[in-house]
Design a binder for this molecule. Structure first.
Ligand code: C5P
Length: 235
C-alpha cells in the first residue's frame, strides 16, 4: 500500500522543517504543516517544502464566517496543497462556500482540486472537555454528526480520532476520506492528545491517512522512528 503516514512538522523554523522533510523522504507518505509553520513562513515556506515532491497537507483548520474562510482558502490554494481543511463547527453555509471556493480556484488555476477535509472534534478533547463547552453528547456521537454534515456539504472527508473511525464509516461510507491524528506507537508519550490509538490500530480500523508528529519529530532518530511505525503497518 501507499504510505499513509503524514508527518506533522510543527516548527516555525523553515530550515529545520526542510532538513527533517529531506531526511524522512522515502520513509513517509507526505508532510503536514499547520499553524506553527504557516504563521512563521507563509505560502512561500509551504512552496519551498513542496519542492521536495511529497504531498502536502496544509492544516490551517479555518473557522470563521463563510466570506472570510473563502478568502483564506483562495490564499491557501496558492501554496498548491494536496489537502486543505476547515472546522466542521463553522457550519453548513461556511462548508458549502468552502467547497465552492476550492472548486472554483482549482478550475481557475488549472490544477487538481485538493481534498477539502473538515475537522470534527480535536483529538486533544475528551468528554469532560466537551461537557465544559456545553456539549453533552459523547465524542463519537458528535464526531459522527459533524462528519455526516460535512459529507452533505460536499467535503471529501473528515479529521477524526482512531476511536471514531468505524462509527463514521458506518454513516459516511468507504469512499469518504478519514484522516486520523493523535496516534501514538506503543510506549510513546500522549502529550496533549487524549483520544488515541496506535498507528496499526488506526489503519486496521480504516483510516485513509494518519498524522504523526512528535513520536517521529521528537525522536532521537526520526528516520528509525518512522521506519519502526512503517514496519507495524507492513510498509
Ligand atoms: O505531535 P502529534 O502527533 O500530537 O501531532 C498531531 C498533529 O495533528 C498536530 O500537528 C495537530 O495540530 C494535528 N491535529 C490534531 N488533532 C486534530 C487535527 C489536527 O492533533 N483534530
Amino acid at each position: 500500500m501507499l504510505n499513509p503516514v503524514f508527518v506533522a512538522i510543527d516548527t516555525p523554523d523553515l530550515e529545520a522543517a526542510r532538513k527533517l522533510a529531506v531526511n524522512l523522504s522515502g520513509h513517509i507518505g507526505g508532510i503536514k504543516v499547520g499553524l506553527e509553520f504557516f504563521c512563521a513562513n507563509g505560502v512561500a515556506g509551504v512552496l519551498e517544502l513542496s519542492q521536495l515532491g511529497m504531498p502536502i497537507f496544509l492544516d490551517l483548520k479555518f473557522h470563521d464566517i463563510p466570506n472570510t474562510v473563502a478568502g483564506a482558502l483562495r490564499g491557501a490554494m496558492t501554496a498548491h496543497p494536496s489537502i486543505l481543511n476547515v472546522h466542521a463547527t463553522g457550519g453548513e453555509e461556511m462548508m458549502k462556500t468552502a467547497v465552492a471556493t476550492v472548486e472554483e480556484c482549482a478550475v481557475k488555476m488549472n490544477c487538481k482540486k485538493p481534498l477539502l477535509i473538515a475537522v470534527t472534534i480535536l483529538t486533544s478533547l475528551d468528554s469532560a472537555d466537551l461537557h465544559m463547552l456545553g456539549s453533552f453528547d459523547a465524542p463519537k456521537t458528535q464526531v459522527t454528526r459533524l462528519a455526516k454534515l460535512s459529507q452533505d456539504c460536499g467535503l471529501d472527508g473528515v479529521v477524526c480520532s482512531a476511536l471514531e473511525i468505524s462509527a463514521v464509516r458506518k454513516v459516511c461510507g468507504n469512499s469518504f476520506k478519514l484522516i486520523v491524528p493523535g496516534v501514538r506507537p506503543e510506549g510513546n508519550e500522549m502529550g496533549d492528545q487524549k483520544r488515541t490509538l496506535t498507528p496499526k490500530q488506526a489503519i486496521e480500523n480504516g483510516a485513509d491517512y494518519i498524522v504523526i508528529g512528535r513520536p517521529i519529530t521528537s525522536a532521537a532518530d526520526p528516520i528509525a522512528a518512522a521506519q519502526a511505525i512503517n514496519s507495524t503497518l507492513l510498509i
